[in-house]
Design a protein around this ligand. Sequence first.
Ligand SMILES: [Fe+2]
Length: 292
Amino acid sequence: MTIGSLGYIGFSVKDPEAWGAFATGVLGLMPGEAVGGAQRFRLDDLAWRIAVEPGEADDLAYVGFEVAGATELEAVRARLTGAGVVVGNGDPDLLKERGVLGLVSCLDPDGLKVEIYYGPTVRTETPFVSPAAAGGFVTGEQGLGHVVLSTKDVAAARTFYQDVLGFRLSDIIHMQPAPQFGFDMEFYHCNPRHHTLALIPVPMPKRLHHFMIQVPTLDGVGFALERAEAAGTPITATLGKHTNDHMISFYARTPANFEVEFGYGALDVDDATWRVARHDKPSSWGHKRAAH
Ligand SMILES: [Fe+2]
């Protein structure tokens, strides 16, 4: 058994207040219950999807991958320990804070805290309502969205995420920022979302290049772009369409300096028919990078 979806992410940010205002006012996320000094935000009927805690990193602090139940959690634990990964059990305090029934934790090869869990807290009694009057987000079996991570050792990251956790390669994009400098970005899925994880094989100051959240309508992207512009948020890439997942999106700089991609219209991957591909451009049109 393998990972079901990206269930939650936690950020460590220098200015939690600014990040919270951005999350609600620009992204349209709903505040959830705060726990242990962390603000938490909802995208759907789960109690939380994104946690923001005060810290100096201005980066991703942890990722949570959801599995279906206790049997699947034990299967993932066995695969991790079989691969020589040191695995810890979530202690009762951590389970309570995350609001899950079971959890194992470990570090990825670059030192990111990875939690695999089952049994998240569901708040169907308090429906999702966006404070920015945005519609809902595309979540469910596809999880909260995707994360794009830099790695110092792509072979080790590939072993961890693909061979041990069971992510499947969707495609690669060859990036050539300069004539003498190119690299392949690798895009991985674990459910119909085209990629839940992408790897940039270049060491960068932050692990997280960006995270992505998806809305069900193109209008949802347009309204978010207008909210970002009205709030003075730096738009780091203009509206555009990706070559590989066909997502129409824009990118903005969050108050913690890593970016967010806000998108619509990505294609779904069906493992029965999907064929791995390569691309030489990240976008069919748009996504012009701003000089920030
Ligand atoms: Fe993305």
